[in-house]
Design a protein. Structure first.
Length: 619
């Protein structure tokens, strides 16, 4: 059913537009009441796609409903093929930067190498593609990788990097704008094109080789350099042949350092993606002759709750064009229906070299996600913790986000003074008002499993009996044994739906891994790296419950010691006994003190009482 004026006051105008939209491939634009483009999309069938926004309104997500309310007018462009629609959509998104389109983060923050569009080109480092004209290569993951590549090219070839404006006059065969060679020529970094020491054709041929290296095409250059080396040797120009040989070795070392797959993988792009409710993280790897030319990761803020497939359908053509990729094949983790096969062949590998590349790309994108979440956690702790909770939900396959987490731990010394403690974390932060202490009442001797069963039963039976809300996740400080005890109480005894996880420690008593149950109640290990922010949060929870349990145990043991020895002295209460222990450290040391020392600590009358008690004792 079509929406009405209560949802969009411009619906009458929109209905008129909808009647004229053809059933052909094309691109549609939604405009607000100020005439600003707020969304751009492509479609195989414009009529069907655009109508879907205004029908079945209740079935749409909250964000799409928001978009529909702000649409004032519709503009469509009919094209011949799906490929044309794909390219046009990409260009319009870059042109208008629509509010409701998910886009890559501003690429000004990423470094590029640029071969300038000049008669005598230069190779420049830049972060802003609008400041210089030329052919761009990148973006590179960081400045260090780019500088390393730039340094290798500088060692291989001589070219200018000055700011002189050189102009080549083809009629006269002369260069204008130069005067005399600079210091770079003297130290072998520049072949001085400004003075005509190198011909225009030779200079451009050098940059043709540089371009091939930047595109990852090493094979042809290496073969050319090897032929050149042999020709120089045949002419007995051994010094020049040795220079060429060193350049070949340098280029081969750089190529081999990045070779990760069989060289039969000639020219492909690899894309991977992971996402949460707010952000998507993508990685693109360029593969040329079995070598990774570069790997680039970026973050995308979701605008309309797009699926991973929809995001890749936008990102792949954008990055394909932005990086100047020559690949006709892309490796992806799942089918992407909105990418036409005649634009790019998509492969979803199940084994072999392509599968290894996809897994490598996925490791890169996970690492980038962790970095972005860590940065958000530093800038906006609450937002960062919410993202961590969503990740924990995904890792444990939970039905809901674990906003409230409760964790239990036991503490005793060979069964003496047994206690347990529980801490609660709310949205990743300690909620100390909800911490609880438990004296073990029914367990005799050192039995951690029985102690854990007792406190979990007492805690959750009380919550159920009082009708209070249960936490979203129960964590026990321990491995499979502690988890099984918790499962028996929660599932078999109380019959409640409460996810259970365990935090196991290694031989050094440090958090080593997280365990959880699958749907068949089999225990599985959650794969988290020690550098992961989620791992750090779980480690914090485990350390906090351990600290809280140990503190409670020490307090109980200390009070018991005071009560059973010093407070047995007639006239000596707990306060005086505590003062003596704080002053002298132990009951044994109190016994060794002189009457004068005790007087300084607790006064003459009480000191004499304590002194007489201990020194009148029969051996």
């Amino acid at each position: 059913m079509m929406i009405d004026e209560s949802i969009n006051k411009h619906i009458d105008r929109i209905k008129m537009r909808l009647k004229t939209i053809p059933e052909t491939p094309g691109v549609y634009q939604y405009l607000d009441d100020e005439g600003k483009v707020i969304y751009v999309g492509k479609a195989r069938n414009l009529h069907r796609r655009v109508h879907s926004y205004f029908n079945r309104y209740d079935d749409h997500s909250t964000k799409i409903k928001m978009l529909v309310r702000h649409i004032c007018d519709i503009r469509v462009t009919v094209v011949s093929t799906e490929v044309d629609a794909l390219l046009l959509e990409n260009n319009l998104i870059k042109q208008y930067q629509p509010r409701y389109n998910s886009m890559l983060k501003d690429d000004k923050s990423y470094p590029y190498l640029c071969i300038t569009d000049e008669d005598y080109p230069r190779l420049l480092f830049t972060r802003d593609r609008n400041k210089v004209k030329g052919q761009f290569f990148g973006p590179y993951p960081n400045q260090r990788v780019l500088r390393e590549l730039q340094d290798i090219i500088r060692k291989l070839f001589s070219y200018r990097n000055c700011n002189k404006v050189l102009r080549w006059d083809a009629d006269s065969g002369k260069v204008f704008g130069g005067d005399r060679p600079c210091m770079n020529h003297q130290i072998g970094l520049c072949n001085a094109p400004c003075t005509g020491m190198v011909s225009h054709e030779e200079y451009l041929a050098t940059f043709a080789k540089i371009k091939k290296i930047l595109m990852g095409d090493f094979g042809e250059i290496l073969e050319s350099m090897k032929r050149e080396m042999l020709a120089l040797a045949d002419e007995l120009r051994f010094e020049e042949a040795e220079v060429t040989r060193r350049r070949i070795r340098l280029l081969e070392e750089y190529q081999h350092k990045s070779t990760v797959v069989n060289t039969n993988v000639r020219d492909v792009d690899v894309f991977s993606i992971i996402s949460d409710s707010k952000y998507a993280y993508i990685n693109m790897m360029r593969i040329k002759n079995g070598s990774i030319v570069y790997s680039f990761s970026n973050e995308i803020k979701k605008q309309l709750d797009e699926s991973d497939s929809e995001i890749l359908a936008t990102v792949i053509p954008a990055l394909h064009e932005q990086t100047g990729s020559s690949a006709r094949e892309a490796i992806v983790p799942f089918p992407v229906d909105d990418i036409p096969s005649d634009y790019l062949k998509l492969t979803v590998p199940t084994r072999g070299d392509r599968k290894q590349l996809l897994e490598l790309s996925l490791r890169n994108v996970k690492s980038h996600q962790h970095q972005c979440m860590h940065q958000r956690l530093l800038v906006n702790p609450d937002d960062g913790r919410s993202q961590l909770m969503e990740r924990l939900q995904k890792e444990l396959h939970l039905k809901r986000t674990p906003v409230h987490i409760e964790c239990f731990d036991n503490s005793n010394i060979q069964g003496a003074y047994p206690v347990a403690a529980m801490v609660r974390f709310t949205n990743g932060k300690p909620n100390r008002n909800e911490y609880r202490k438990f004296n073990i009442k029914t367990v005799e001797g050192p039995d951690d499993y029985a102690s854990m069963a007792e406190v979990i039963l007492r805690r959750y039976k009380r919550l159920v009996d009082e009708g209070k809300e249960l936490p979203d996740l129960l964590i026990v400080d321990g491995g499979a044994g502690q988890m099984e005890v918790a499962r028996q109480v929660i599932v078999d005894t109380l019959h409640i739906d409460l996810p259970i996880a365990g935090l196991a420690k290694n031989d050094k008593h440090r958090t080593s891994e997280m365990l959880c149950y699958d749907n068949q109640w089999n225990i599985r290990v959650v794969q988290l790296k020690p550098t992961d922010q989620l791992f750090h949060l779980l480690e914090q929870i485990q350390n906090e419950v351990h600290r809280f349990a140990i503190t409670f145990h020490r307090d109980k043991r200390s009070k018991s010691t005071i009560r059973t020895q010093l407070t047995d002295i007639p006239g000596i209460g707990e306060k005086t006994a505590r003062d003596l222990l704080l002053r002298f450290g132990s009951v044994k040391e109190v016994k060794l003190q002189t009457l004068e020392d005790l007087t300084h600590a607790i006064g003459q009358a009480k000191a004499k009482t304590v002194y007489d008690f201990f020194h009148n004792e029969t051996p």
